[in-house]
Design a binder for this molecule. Structure first.
Ligand code: HXC
Length: 266
């Protein structure tokens, strides 16, 4: 299997010089690599999630990998005061926000009849309300910079994957927000898109959801023959934030090796 190239092997190194990216869920997994790629191309970054201890470690790792500036701010996206503070800290540190990645998400496997009322609500609050909260808090700065948003979604609901009704319905709402905001913010020069990652190895999501499958099943059912790596998603992130995507808005890009088209598979 050919190695997935780094974004710097495809895109110019300095395309995001002078820009600032704010990412929820940026302390680990897919969103960490998306943010790191943006820094690799010249952006400054603010990463937010609940655990400051984990975030500080992630920020230190990102700084050392890129030589760039990375700020860690603890925030629970469900809490408006937290996200408003994260936006304030971003502006205090770097003076602007050009790119927003709404990546914070909750998930676990559960048949809906066994799921508590609060379990369903919690995932919707993180995925949908959290995406709303952070975008609302950052929107005036995104308008000022004619910036761009990526909402991280999932293909779970395309086929009705079992035990994922909480997360799938939340991501359906996130995809709707992508379209609504693309229309509302387009006249201000702000593009809003989504990325729906498929099965990406070595992530928290896959370690939970992969339990549905036997060893090797994931690869054998993906048309392009392999699981994803976080760099696959970073490539699409850099593309969608770059001027190469200047006329693309309201679109959710599926990056999954064709996985979702095999029935009941993410
Ligand atoms: C059933 C569960 C549960 C589980 C929590 N709950 N984990 N129910 N099975 N495994 C219930 C709790 O019992 C509680 O309900 C309610 O959910 C809230 O749980 P808390 O622990 O109090 O809340 P909190 O700490 O705020 O958040 C819990 C969490 C979070 C949302 C489950 O820990 C989480 O999701 N972490 C994983 C993050 C993650 O994996 N992110 C990547 C997502 S991947 P009661 O009734 O008891 O109060 C993704 C895309 C997938 O989104 C696509 C892959 C291809």
């Amino acid at each position: 299997m050919a190695a997935v190239p780094k974004t710097t092997e495809i895109f110019k190194e300095n395309i995001f010089a002078g820009k600032v990216v704010l990412c929820s869920g940026g302390g680990s997994g897919i969103c960490y690599t998306m943010t790191e790629a943006m820094v690799q191309h010249g952006a400054k970054a603010v990463i937010i999630s609940r655990s400051l201890e984990k975030l500080e470690k992630a920020a230190a790792k990102m700084r050392s990998a890129t030589g760039g500036q990375v700020l860690a701010v603890a925030a629970d996206v469900r809490k408006p005061a937290d996200v408003e503070n994260a936006v304030k800290k971003s502006i205090e540190a770097f003076g602007r926000i050009d790119f927003l990645i709404n990546g914070a998400a909750g998930n676990f496997l559960a048949p809906f009849e066994k799921m508590s009322y609060n379990a369903f609500k919690t995932v919707h609050e993180i995925d949908v309300q959290g995406t709303f909260n952070l975008t609302k808090a950052a929107s005036e700065h995104l308008k000022a910079s004619k910036g761009s948003i990526i909402n991280v979604s999932a293909t779970l609901y395309y086929t009705g994957l079992p035990f994922q009704s909480h997360a799938g319905s939340a991501k359906a709402a996130v995809d709707a927000l992508t379209k609504h905001w693309a229309v509302e913010l387009g006249p201000f020069g702000v593009r809003v898109n989504g990325i729906s990652p498929g099965p990406v190895g070595d992530t928290e999501g896959m370690s939970r959801l992969g339990k549905l499958r036997k060893a090797g099943e994931t690869e054998s059912r993906i048309p392009l023959g392999r699981q994803g790596v976080t760099m696959d998603i970073a490539q699409s992130c850099v593309f969608l934030f770059s001027d190469a995507a200047a006329w693309i808005t309201g679109h959710t890009l599926v990056v999954d090796g064709g996985a979702w088209m095999n029935t009941s598979f993410v």
